[in-house]
Design a protein around this ligand. Structure first.
Ligand SMILES: Nc1ncnc2c1ncn2[C@@H]1O[C@H](COP(=O)(O)OP(=O)(O)OP(=O)(O)O)[C@@H](O)[C@H]1O
Length: 212
């Protein structure tokens, strides 16, 4: 049986600084699917993820969520989405717990009762109350990644989630992604890592869609 796509991207066109990043980009993402966006530096991976996450409206084409234009179903779409950006998005003056409390206050899919277990899983037990400006780059990234262990969102859009994460952290994140798709969640991500234990991965290469 053919599954209806959760997210459907139709004929997307985007240019920046008079350079076409991609044109005619169409693909669908079904429940339980992991899509990896590939491409050289500057090919438009982050730009695409920002468009799909509703953070940039500077494009042509259509994006549908469960068969409806995302514009029409914004509330449902955003409550089903967890976006993990290029930057950790962690405030240095706040502790890991405070950062996650703030995220949980603004996003209904992030469960506050999971903050402490999530910080333990990402290896930050004992650092819960340390201001984030005193943590390393990798530890700040882990604070941000802890959101993945606290959430019930169906769709994860992750921009370079493994940056600054050590080998054991990468293996744990791969397992988390595999569990998410195995339980019917969906993931779109960019990474320069080879995904070795996430099961089936659909790859989309932006280099082949670059215009002039
Ligand atoms: N807000 C913007 N205004 C103008 N140009 C932009 C903007 N954002 C990105 N660009 C340009 O768009 C192109 C694509 O950038 P993007 O960050 O999407 O690439 P990327 O594939 O994610 O790169 P990397 O692998 O280096 O992270 C780059 O040439 C960049 O300079």
């Amino acid at each position: 049986m053919l599954l209806e796509p959760l997210l459907n991207i139709v004929d997307l066109y985007c240019e920046r600084d008079e350079r076409v990043l991609f044109e005619g980009l169409s693909f669908g993402l079904v429940a339980g699917e992991l899509v990896q966006i590939e491409g050289a530096n500057g090919s438009g991976k982050t730009t695409l993820l920002r468009i799909l996450s509703g953070l940039s409206g500077d494009y042509e084409g259509d994006v549908f969520w469960c068969g409806e234009s995302v514009e029409k179903v914004r509330d449902d779409f955003f409550s089903s989405l967890l976006y993990f950006g290029h930057q950790p998005g962690v405030k240095g003056m706040l502790t890991p717990v405070e950062n996650l409390q703030w995220y949980s206050a603004i996003h209904p899919a992030l469960l506050a009762e999971k903050i402490f277990p999530a910080l333990e899983v990402v290896g930050l037990k004992g650092y819960e109350d340390v201001p984030c400006h005193s943590l390393s780059a990798g530890q700040n990234r882990r604070v941000s990644l802890a959101r993945l262990y606290m959430n019930t969102a169906k769709l994860w859009i992750l921009d370079e989630p493994f940056t600054a994460i050590d080998k054991s952290g990468v293996a744990a994140k791969e397992r988390l992604l595999a569990d998410h798709v195995a339980s019917g969640g969906s993931v779109i991500l960019t990474t320069h890592h080879d995904l070795t234990s996430c099961g089936s991965v659909t790859k989309i290469n932006l280099d082949q869609l670059m215009g002039t």
